[in-house]
Ligand binder design. Sequence first.
Ligand SMILES: Cc1ncc(C[n+]2csc(CCOP(=O)(O)OP(=O)(O)O)c2C)c(N)n1
Length: 665
Amino acid sequence: MTLDQLCINTVRALAMDAVQQADSGHPGTAMALAPLGYVLWTRHLVYNPANPDWPDRDRFVLSAGHACMFLYSLLYLTGYDLPLEEIKRFRQWGSRTPGHPEYGMTPGVEATTGPLGQGTGNAVGMAIAEAQLAALFNRPGHRVVDHCTYFLASDGDLMEGVSHEAASLAGHLKLGKLIGFYDDNHITIEGDTSLAYSDDAVKRFEGYGWQVQRVADGNDLEALDAAIRAAKAVTDRPSLIVVRTHIAWGSPNKQDTAEAHGAPLGADEVKLTKQNLGWPSLEPFYLPDEALAHWRRAGERGALLEADWTKRWHAYQTEHPALAAELERRRAGRLPEGWDADLPSFTRKDGATATRAASGKVLNAIAPKLPELVGGSADLAGSTITLLKGTGDFAAGRYAERNFHFGIREHGMGAVLNGLCYHQGFIPYGGTFLIFSEYMRPPIRLAALSHLRPIYVFTHDSIGLGEDGPTHQPIEQLAALRAIPNMTVIRPSDATEVVEAWRAAITHHGGPVALVLTRQKMQIIDRTKYAPAAGLHQGGYVLADAKSGEPAVVLIGTGSEVELVIGAHEQLAAEGVAARVVSMPCLEFFAKQPQAYRDAVLPPDVPRLAVEAGVPQPWYRWIGANGAMLGIEKFGASAPYQRIYQEYGLTVENVVKKAKQLLDG
Ligand SMILES: Cc1ncc(C[n+]2csc(CCOP(=O)(O)OP(=O)(O)O)c2C)c(N)n1
């Protein structure tokens, strides 16, 4: 067996053994892709196992996350801090080799993948990030940002809609340093792909404007090598390399069968496969010394590559110190000094203002000082008010511009935002109507899981959007978003809270933030009379209290419903009923406050009434057993919004009535 073959079979053996030992996992795809991994990781990919975070490394995203033993094997073999012990503990509690790749858990894993198609979208975001940083920071004679983004997609990745959206956008943007591999193995879980799939992937990607090549035999190292070279040489469009492989290659009885997809081969078949491959030992996790040594040499190549880059980086630092410092700042995620100096302040003199409009003003006030703040919307910039003034449209050849046009591709937008976060150097935002958060829920969930921090600008946040009717009126979306662990949902009540909401979003780390904003105009709360909007950072705060300071009832509102609650408070006061008004723009922030603070805002013995134009589900924790909720438990309606509010009982009168009912017990 040649050394090449021995090294390739090492990946196959590790994948078989790890899945067998775990009695769970996906061996077949890793076995089929081993030659591709070998060619890519020994000849092309730029990485340094000793420094997985080296900024100018190539990115590799395993979009087919179920084939993670492929990636774990390569990481171990090339010398990342992932010892063989961890491979042996594949899929076990506390191991660094979880069932699908998880960002932050395993060095060298660039993205959390597994939900098919997401990684492909993430890779597009990473390539966008590279293109922008290169356009902003490279200078003649100094190419300090210059890396490729590779991804590996399976049949499932290409069937999923999100990959279509992302690939279409990537082709349009002519992202020349994006290179994808399509593992064309004709097998999915239910059997042959012909059961459900007869796309011509080549034509499809050509139609998107990609360069597409075919490699007829996934074991042909020179053909793989030539295709990667050709892909790298094409710099004016992304590349897809369609590689015909055979799942579980080398397995006498399981090759080319769906059985090899998601279950161990079985001890007997592992043995037969090893014999068939001419593997020198039947001992599990056996590794020939010469193969490991060869893989490690490939990894060591990375130290030289990084050293070369570091030399170039130092030259850049000398010649362009300010640029170098700025790039370092952005990569580290440090906000610039005084980033918030120009945050606007709103008063009642500004007149009634939709919170989406206030958001547009805040965004434009902070953007000049925050170049890392980039984004756009899914074709709703005018409605979400997410356009930045003073910068142009991000487009092919205009990669330094900051207004992104994601097209009508919410799902793709979410995945691309995640890619920008994974890459580092950005605070990306994406806007659409709150109702269409439904179309981007999978990447929102993954952002939360992976501790990424995109900002979502979700406008038209309730029945308050009016005439567009129930298809566009969110009812359960606030609850659905709040149900995601590590998600932060902020629904400011007026322009002054919008300022604080953006401040919170920009300074927040480790998870996504959704800003939920109105289409309709909202009175600006008179902060000379009511408590300051800075209370938003505690999630909920007392806006106005009973004169006595001892309320008989607490009225809680979020967003546009705070206006109703304030109205009810005034009316109740006139009738001599002691009520407190609490603005609760962010349940997640409030939940994080010490018990003493929460009790001070919501005294345990005082009955509470919460008012929000959405399903009551998230509120039961906060209103308690004796509380009440004025929400909506059916779909909306098409009419001017004032009429819908009235018909749905979301009125000052009804809040007053409910409050009294509560008091009457
Ligand atoms: C969004 C999503 N749906 C379903 C699954 C479950 N799943 C895992 S792999 C797979 C398909 C397997 O076929 P393919 O993508 O061709 O991978 P291969 O069998 O070649 O490894 C499915 C449906 C998933 N991971 N993500």
